[in-house]
Design a protein around this ligand. Structure first.
Ligand SMILES: Nc1ncnc2c1ncn2[C@@H]1O[C@H](COP(=O)(O)OP(=O)(O)OP(=O)(O)O)[C@@H](O)[C@H]1O
Ligand SMILES: [Mg+2]
Length: 253
């Protein structure tokens, strides 16, 4: 079944059609048409610079697109603004973590649990329901002990964990994670794997970018391989990773 058939069968949660994203003369995404399955965990893999982050940036509205379409749960978007994406059922994390550096770990969590705006959230954040949810989420990413620390004092791995925790705080259908495991120690890596599996059990659609082959094989049900902004291969993970063109794309870098 090709991507178009799968989309037409109603199995796609996110689709692109002839998506183009260009930076000066670089076509980071070059007429890409994919349909991401609704169920389970999907990985987006490929060599450095193949367009993985750019794809997630276009799917989440972080970057405007230069051509084609993004279809979110059946709704065609020609322009998605980042602050609209939660209302379209999408949340995401960044490869380069984005936190409120001058705020505490706890406040970084409360801001997403309460009102979107920082100011409005100040009036709401003391509500006990939000406090207990924030505790639960920070515990789930192993950061409750750090709740009073400024976000900027966290290590790279801890910042990654806080970002994952903030994404989990959003009760949406689609979760996009850009290298959520980068810089994590094994125990935390295991914990984040379990959190992603937990989202899958709840029927959410999880899309993640990863370079580690063991994690890709272990976690993903389906995978897309990008190369120079184009689709090199797609399919069930174990089948795709054994294809000669995929092995070559990785060994060739
Ligand atoms: N903001 C930008 N300005 C200019 N060029 C960019 C920008 N973002 C990405 N690119 C270029 O677009 C191409 C795809 O980059 P992208 O970051 O999407 O790759 P990636 O697959 O996520 O790589 P990595 O595995 O290293 O994170 C690269 O050639 C990159 O240099
Ligand atoms: Mg990237």
């Amino acid at each position: 079944m090709n991507s178009e058939d799968r989309a037409n069968s109603g199995g796609a949660v996110l689709e692109t059609q002839d998506l183009v994203k260009q930076f000066a003369s670089v076509k980071a995404i070059n007429y890409l048409s994919i349909a991401i399955p609704k169920q389970g965990i999907t990985s987006i893999i490929g060599p450095n610079g193949s367009g993985k982050s750019t794809l997630i940036n276009c799917l989440s509205g972080t970057l405007p697109i230069d051509g084609g379409m993004v279809i979110i749960q059946g709704t065609t978007m020609r322009a998605i603004l980042p602050y609209h994406s939660p209302s379209h059922g999408v949340t995401r994390t960044f490869q380069e973590v984005r936190l409120f550096n001058q705020m505490t770990v706890l406040d970084n969590m409360l801001v997403v649990l309460t009102e979107r705006g920082v100011l409005k959230s100040l009036f709401e954040r003391s509500r006990s329901a939000h406090q207990s949810r924030a505790q639960e989420l920070l515990e789930s990413v192993g950061l409750w002990e750090k709740r009073r620390d400024q976000a900027e004092s966290l290590s790279y791995g801890q910042r990654k964990l806080l970002e994952v925790g903030r994404a989990l705080a959003m009760d949406v259908k689609i979760y996009l994670f850009d290298e959520p495991f980068a810089g994590l120690f094994p125990a935390m890596l295991e914990r984040v794997s379990q959190l992603l599996e937990g989202l899958k059990q709840q029927g959410k659609s999880i899309i993640f970018i990863e370079h580690n082959m063991d994690l890709i094989r272990r976690l993903s049900d389906y995978t897309f391989v990008l190369d120079s902004g184009e689709l090199l291969a797609e399919g069930p993970v174990n089948e795709v990773l054994d294809r000669p063109e995929v092995i070559e794309a990785y060994l060739g870098t």
